[in-house]
Write a protein that binds this ligand. Structure first.
Ligand code: CP
Length: 328
């Protein structure tokens, strides 16, 4: 997604580091808006955004809704469980039906990889991928980059371990692309059964030994065991998984003083992360959630707000095109 592109389907749509940095800088402005007494700007007044979530969500859906409201957009709620999807209506007919009511964007989550891409071929509205199967979760990667930048000043030269069920993780796929584009080094840590069978082209190293990796990283990024996507037992037992790959109270002591602990949520406390570690000051998991709102404001603004008034960090209003020129 460049400033002129209509969709955000894949983190690669941002065109690498420059595009991600544009979102980061725009997010700074929306963080400032979110801290105001009345955290609302008229940037997307008159625009309508629909949510099309075929999979459950707490963070992504609520933060997109909050982002849209803070930008003064109208929203169209759609609940798959109480819709005509239950009567067999196809994805295409559902998307076309929603579009016929007059919308500017659809935010889609679906269990099938590529579903948002298909919708983007069928509708004229902008499409934002809020997670598709094992494939991509681009706004998660953006909020993760923003949170690391907030706490560590940037990603350049940082070493980030992504630990756990990488095989089934759209977050891992998006994060690897975004983190490495921003200059970080990524090491994947998992048992062989929880890694993709083919890592050709992934700009990462791989380890099966978490204890050897913990002392060297700046960020420990933990992933949930995605049992809803597993068709077979991929670890002997959760107890054994935790002993080998969980961030336990003992293991967290081996981290560098300023190393961060991150998790996209929802967490399985006591499995990939101990209940106590999840609440340590170095665990920035709720900062990820908080930043998700401002990052999604930036994404919706870039897709729909061209020519609208953009809030500057100082609180004054500047034109979006002027800001783009300044950033170049
Ligand atoms: N991280 C994330 O996508 O969380 P939700 O499933 O709650 O949206």
């Amino acid at each position: 997604m460049s400033a002129t592109s209509r969709h955000l389907l894949d983190i690669d749509d941002l065109g690498g580091r420059e595009g991600i940095e544009t979102v980061m800088r725009l997010t700074d402005s929306f963080v400032e808006v979110s801290q105001r007494q009345i955290p609302k700007v008229p940037a997307l007044r008159g625009k309508t955004i629909a949510w099309l979530f075929y999979e459950d969500s707490t963070r992504t859906r609520l933060s997109f809704e909050t982002a849209a409201k803070r930008l003064s957009a109208d929203t169209m709620n759609f609940s798959v469980s109480s819709s005509s999807v239950k009567k067999g209506e196809s994805l295409r007919d559902t998307a076309k039906t929603i579009e016929a009511m007059g919308i500017d964007a659809i935010v889609v989550r679906h269990s099938s990889a590529g579903a948002p891409h298909r919708i983007a071929q069928w509708v004229d509205a902008s499409v934002v991928n809020a997670g598709d199967g094992w494939h991509q979760h681009p706004t998660q990667a953006l909020l993760d980059c923003y949170t690391i930048r907030e706490h560590l000043g940037g990603l350049e030269g940082r070493r980030i371990a992504i630990v756990g069920d990488i095989k089934h993780s759209r977050v891992a796929r998006s994060d690897v692309t975004a983190f490495t584009a921003m200059g970080a080094e990524v090491v994947l840590v998992a048992p062989p059964t929880l890694l993709p069978p083919n890592l050709d082209g992934w700009p990462v190293t791989v380890s099966h030994d978490l204890d050897a990796v913990v002392p060297s990283v700046d960020v420990m990024y933990l992933l949930r065991m995605q049992r809803e996507r597993m068709t077979e037992a991929l670890v002997p037992s959760l107890r054994e998984y935790t002993a080998t790959y969980g961030l336990t109270n003992q293991r967290v002591e081996l981290l560098k003083d300023d190393a961060l602990v991150m998790h996209p949520g929802p967490m399985n406390r006591g499995v990939e992360i101990s209940a106590e570690v999840a609440d340590l000051p170095r665990s920035v998991i709720l900062d990820q959630v908080r930043n998700g709102v401002s990052v999604r404001m930036a994404v919706l603004y870039l897709l729909l707000g061209s020519g609208a008034e953009l809030p500057s960090p100082a609180g004054t209003l500047t034109n979006a095109s002027e800001t783009s020129d300044q950033e170049k």
